[in-house]
Design a protein around this ligand. Structure first.
Ligand SMILES: [Zn+2]
Length: 611
């Protein structure tokens, strides 16, 4: 970076983007009145307290307290410096950085991130362009991975030898210490490093921004003594439980497809991609974690789960369905493929179009559970059929929406050939039981049905979500000073009035801000509050953001100002009185008559002001 980015360029960038568009890439925002709200990307929460104000171009989380303008958002979210953030927003707005101010793409990445990036490029190049890669290429043909797919997923090949990558990365100047931390190598007893991935097809694993942070390698040979799949170990940048394969790309696709599709493995994501479903993600060989559920929820409530059609797959799907339903208001769809096929096999057998139809026809969780239930019983046997109907009604009794409940009951009555009324009677009995159980135990373990009209959020928060005490805003902490500072900034009349009255903010931060505003206004043609934010020290920004987002009226009367000023004076007088009372006690104890009289006089004067 050469020096500071010119201020007018920063202003140009800012005025060419809408903060709502930028943040929407990370958080699914919903319009509520004047503001947009969503789930905070900086802390886990169940009810949205993350707020974006389009008019002011500020964001603020009322849960964890983070707030600021568009630059600040990316600084927090992606751990960027201010110039890096400006550049990122400029890219978003398709504005070229002024000459000499480009922070070159790679330099901001830490060594371990750069190593991962270089390894990704290396493996990819080996596959596509080298003789050593031909073996990998043959395998991709066998798996019907076309060049478009290889490109999109940046698939690569790790050759058989155990020193190819290490030699390459050393030649790029990386230190062994950093290489050892990357997870790409195994270390021998005497400390030497060898390539971890050998003779494997390489699938990069990326973070939310599309930076590769680890790899998964698929065995190519038939050597059963080697694991079929091998992942990078966890490193400083790679935590399995917080990674979803293909998440960065799927997020973009979710906007047009309207949902995310969750798969069991990355081969399924790739198969779905080939079949035209680009919003697929997969957890990395573990069952779904709370972190991953929250990642999905931040993008969209519409999740479709499509695990393998075999028994373990369907069991896992059941678990996932319960987890989603427990953890916030999802609109869940479940796909069960016939003939125990996994998505990859299904697409190969029946083609892309038919597969898209399966995804579109995803079942609701209740339909899914009912279908599973029906498979457990022999419905030609009357006794089993009765048990089945009891269980089914029990399942339906947990649906909160009465219309939906009716719908399932009707379906059940038709398919089982029993009267609707008898099922309804059973349902009423189940519901009474549920209500009793609910009032006895306060647990919500069976509340896995979601219902948009009757949110589960009324219950206690589940253990997976941190309960964070709501932070007080600056406006709540300092109402009068916030209001006066707001008027000081937005009204020349108020400013003049306060200055003529020699008013000073009692809190040093507020006083500093008023002085900074005067300086800013004197040096800028059209001083705007959002550019002011980039002009002031970081620790003071919260005061401005909170005041701007408090929906204060622009209008005021002199009387209102006087009241606030008097409230602050009063507060200051009370604290002075406190101090003087202490001094008085002290003087009396020392029998210092002169001091006693002096302090008493001061106290009388101050009390007179209070009236
Ligand atoms: Zn937050």
């Amino acid at each position: 970076m050469a020096g500071r980015i010119p201020e007018d360029f920063i202003a140009e960038v800012r005025s060419n983007v809408n903060i709502v568009d930028v943040i929407s890439q990370y958080v699914s925002l919903e319009k509520k009145g004047k503001d947009y709200i969503g789930l905070c990307p900086f802390h886990q929460e169940k009810t949205p307290s993350f707020t974006v104000n389009e008019e002011k171009q500020f964001f603020k989380c009322f849960g964890c307290g983070k707030g600021g303008n568009v630059f600040k958002f990316l600084m927090y979210k992606d751990n960027l410096t201010f110039p890096e953030s400006v550049q990122r927003v400029a890219e978003f707005a398709h504005i070229a950085m002024p000459a000499g101010y480009n922070t070159s793409g790679g330099t901001k990445l830490s060594p371990i991130m750069r190593i991962n990036k270089d390894a990704e490029d290396f493996y990819h190049r080996v596959l596509l362009t080298t003789k050593a890669g031909e073996r990998g290429m043959q395998y991709t043909k066998k798996r019907q991975l076309d060049s478009n797919t290889l490109e999109h997923f940046k698939i690569g090949y790790a050759p058989k030898e155990d020193n190819v990558l290490i030699t390459y990365l050393r030649s790029k100047g990386y230190k062994d210490d950093d290489l050892a931390q990357s997870g790409l190598f195994v270390q021998s007893q005497d400390g030497r490093l060898f390539d971890r991935f050998r003779d494997r097809l390489i699938f990069p694993l990326e973070d939310e921004n599309g930076h590769s942070i680890g790899f998964s390698g698929r065995r190519i040979s038939n050597d059963k003594t080697e694991a079929k799949y091998m992942n990078s170990p966890e490193t400083a940048v790679f935590t399995k439980s917080k990674v979803l394969f293909h998440f960065a790309e799927a997020k973009k696709a979710a906007r047009s497809e309207g949902h995310l599709v969750l798969y069991e493995g990355y081969m399924d994501v790739i198969a779905a991609y080939k079949a035209g479903i680009k919003s697929g993600v997969a957890s990395m060989g573990t069952s779904l974690t709370d972190d991953q559920v929250y990642m999905l929820r931040r993008v969209t409530p519409n999740i479709i789960v499509n695990y393998d059609g075999d028994d373990p797959g369907v069991h896992a799907e059941e678990r996932a369905a319960r987890m989603f339903s427990k953890d916030g208001d999802f609109n869940l769809g479940i796909v069960v493929l016939p003939e125990k096929l996994d998505p990859d096999e299904y697409v190969r057998k029946y083609g892309a179009e038919k597969y898209q139809g399966e995804v579109k026809g995803a079942l609701t969780p209740t339909d899914f559970f009912l279908k599973r239930l029906a498979q457990k019983y022999n419905l030609d046997n009357d006794r089993e059929k009765i048990t089945y109907l009891d269980e089914a009604v029990k399942e339906i009794s947990h649906v909160k929406n009465p219309v939906e409940q009716d719908m399932y009951l009707e379906k059940l009555s038709r398919s089982a050939g029993v009267s609707l009324n008898s099922l309804k009677a059973n349902l009423a009995r189940e519901r009474r039981k549920n209500n009793r159980a609910r009032s006895h135990t306060r647990t919500r373990n069976r509340d896995y049905y979601t219902d948009q009209s009757n949110s589960l959020n009324l219950g206690e928060p589940t253990s997976s979500v941190e309960t964070m005490p709501v932070q007080q805003t600056e406006v709540q902490k300092h109402p009068s000073q916030s209001r006066l500072l707001y008027l000081f900034i937005h009204s020349a009349n108020a400013q003049q009035y306060l200055q003529e009255g020699k008013f000073h903010f009692p809190d040093q931060d507020y006083e500093t801000l008023s002085q900074l505003w005067l300086k800013f206004a004197a040096t800028h043609d059209n001083p705007q509050i959002d550019s002011f934010l980039d002009f002031i020290p970081e620790q003071l920004q919260g005061i401005i953001v909170d005041a701007e987002l408090a929906h204060m009226p622009k209008d005021f009367t002199i009387q209102e100002i006087n009241e606030h000023v008097f409230a602050l004076q009063k507060r200051s007088i009370y604290s002075q009185l406190n101090e003087l009372q202490n001094q008085l006690q002290d003087a009396k104890r020392r029998e210092d008559v002169k001091k006693t009289i002096e302090v008493t006089q001061k106290i009388i004067e101050l009390k007179r002001i209070l009236g």
